[in-house]
Structure formats: structure tokens, C-alpha cells
Design a protein around this ligand. Structure first.
Ligand SMILES: Nc1ncnc2c1ncn2[C@@H]1O[C@H](COP(=O)(O)OP(=O)(O)OP(=O)(O)O)[C@@H](O)[C@H]1O
Ligand SMILES: [Mg+2]
Length: 260
């Protein structure tokens, strides 16, 4: 059996001001090394909150009320701000749900990817430049130099998404969290993105948490899927099994909802 890179055990998160409002409800989840785990659920089910908590970015309005998140042997919920900084971006890369919030509109794509690298590795300007172009190449960007010199608004949605992935993997993380990475893209680009994730998994041995409301899309890539509903994982298992024989009513609805 593969060892787990990430183990979430009995995690509960509630609102600070009204602790009876539970956002994440006793969630346990393991992400094996090199595996793709899908988290699928409707809007407001807690997917983004769960993803952010792995980065130690529990929103200020929320508080962890139970559980632990063990990543590479450390409980990320107990790390200091400084220790978190070392894990976030370097060992765990994240593609955030809001595509426009990922890049600052006033800096070029290349300088922003370079800055992410520089936060963790003291490279020279030339080395940074080469690394950025190599990353853009790796995520399938054609004309990497032009894209690196572009501002975020000058790029198409597909290119911006690839640039975001380049930034997320810039420091060679072992885990990538991708929150709705394809929801702003058309069907063809969605397929290209999924292919890119498949390659990154294969080439870099990357583990991926793929967050989406689209079970059909996720099950094309995920080894395992966890179905979330109102902060709980209501079903969990091999993607194919859930597609063929969903047990929970909510999972049945997701399968019936199509997009398959
Ligand atoms: N900063 C916040 N303060 C208070 N409540 C919040 C905050 N962020 C999220 N919530 C609430 O937490 C719940 C889970 O939200 P979350 O964003 O994790 O869901 P999601 O599954 O990612 O939804 P979506 O599919 O729409 O992205 C929702 O009920 C949401 O209203
Ligand atoms: Mg979300």
C-alpha cells in the first residue's frame, strides 16, 4: 500500500461567532503519495474551506474545533506562521478558485512566478528567468517568453490557467490543491487541463487534490473521490465505484446530474 502524503483526521471547523454552525464536520481523508483525490460536492458544502485548511489558511471567521492535518509528518494546524510559510507554496501548491485573484494585475506573469520562487529559493535573476520559462514550457504554454512578459489581463483564460499551474508547481511541491481549476473554461480547455494534471502526476509524482462540483470530470482523473455534503464526507471510494454504484442519495444525485 502506498504511504499517505496527507492525512486529515476527524477535522471539524466551525464559525467563531456561532460555533454551532459547523462548516467542516468530522472529516477524515487520506491522500496517498502520487494519487489524485477528488473532492466533489455542491456549492457551500465546504470544499474550499477544506482545501484552505490544508494550507493552514482557515478563514479568520472560522476556528478548528477538532482534528489534525498531517502533511509530510507534521501537523499543519500546529505550525507557526513562519513554518507555514515554508510549507505553503513550496511543499504544497494551490490553484485558487478565483482565477483573477491569483495574479496581481499590475505585474507581469513572469515576475509573479519568479517572485513565488524567490520567496523560497535565492536564485539569480538569470536563473529565475530560465526557471520561469521552463515552468511555462512544462505546463504547455507556447511562446513562453511572450507569456512571461504579459500582464494577466492580456492572456486568454486558458493561458492564465496554465500560468497559475506553473506558479503553483514553481518550487516542486509534493501536493497540488486545485480548487475548481476548470470551471471558468470551456469543455475543450477543461479536457486539456485534465490532461496536463495527468502529465504532472506522472512526470513529477505529484499528488493532487482536485476540488470540483463536477463528479464526471473529476472521476476521469481521480483515483479516489470523496463526496461532500454540508461539511461532511458522505461517501468515499474509488472513482469508478462511485460512478457505477453510488450509495449515498447525494452521490446518486451527482451521478444522475450528468456531465458524465
Ligand atoms: N469567511 C467566511 N465566513 C463565514 N462563512 C463562510 C466563510 N467562507 C465560507 N463560509 C461558509 O462556509 C460554507 C462552506 O463554504 P466553502 O466556500 O468552503 O464551500 P464550497 O464547497 O467551496 O462552495 P463552492 O462550490 O460554491 O465554491 C458555506 O456555507 C459558506 O457560506
Ligand atoms: Mg469553493
Amino acid at each position: 500500500m502506498k504511504t499517505s502524503l496527507l492525512t486529515i483526521r476527524d477535522l471539524s471547523i466551525a464559525l467563531v461567532d456561532s460555533p454551532q454552525r459547523v462548516i467542516i464536520d468530522h472529516v477524515s481523508l487520506a491522500v496517498p503519495q502520487g494519487a489524485v483525490v477528488g473532492i466533489v460536492g455542491g456549492s457551500g458544502s465546504g470544499k474550499t474551506t477544506l482545501g484552505l485548511s490544508v494550507l493552514g489558511l482557515v478563514p479568520p471567521a472560522m476556528r478548528v474545533s477538532s482534528g489534525e492535518i498531517i502533511f509530510e509528518g507534521q501537523n499543519v494546524l500546529r505550525l507557526s506562521a513562519r513554518e507555514h510559510g515554508a510549507v505553503r507554496g513550496r511543499r504544497i501548491g494551490m490553484i485558487f478558485q478565483e482565477p483573477m485573484s491569483a495574479f496581481d494585475p499590475v505585474f507581469t506573469i513572469g515576475s509573479q512566478i519568479a517572485e513565488t520562487i524567490f520567496a523560497h529559493e535565492r536564485l539569480t535573476r538569470d536563473e529565475l528567468g530560465r526557471r520561469v520559462l521552463g515552468l511555462l514550457d512544462r505546463v504547455g504554454v507556447q511562446g513562453a517568453e511572450r507569456v512571461a512578459r504579459s500582464y494577466p489581463h492580456e492572456l486568454s483564460g486558458g493561458l492564465r490557467q496554465r500560468a497559475m499551474i506553473a506558479q503553483a508547481i514553481a518550487c516542486g511541491p509534493s501536493l497540488l490543491i486545485a480548487d475548481e481549476p476548470t470551471s471558468s473554461l470551456d469543455v475543450t480547455l477543461q479536457a486539456h487541463m485534465m490532461e496536463l494534471f495527468r502529465q504532472l502526476k506522472k512526470d513529477m509524482g505529484l499528488s493532487i487534490i482536485l476540488i470540483s462540483h463536477d463528479l464526471g470530470m473529476v472521476s476521469r482523473l481521480a483515483d479516489e473521490v470523496a463526496i461532500m455534503c454540508e461539511g461532511k464526507i458522505v461517501e468515499q471510494g474509488a472513482a469508478q465505484d462511485i460512478m457505477i454504484k453510488p450509495n449515498h442519495t447525494y452521490a446518486q444525485k451527482l451521478v444522475e446530474a450528468g456531465g458524465l
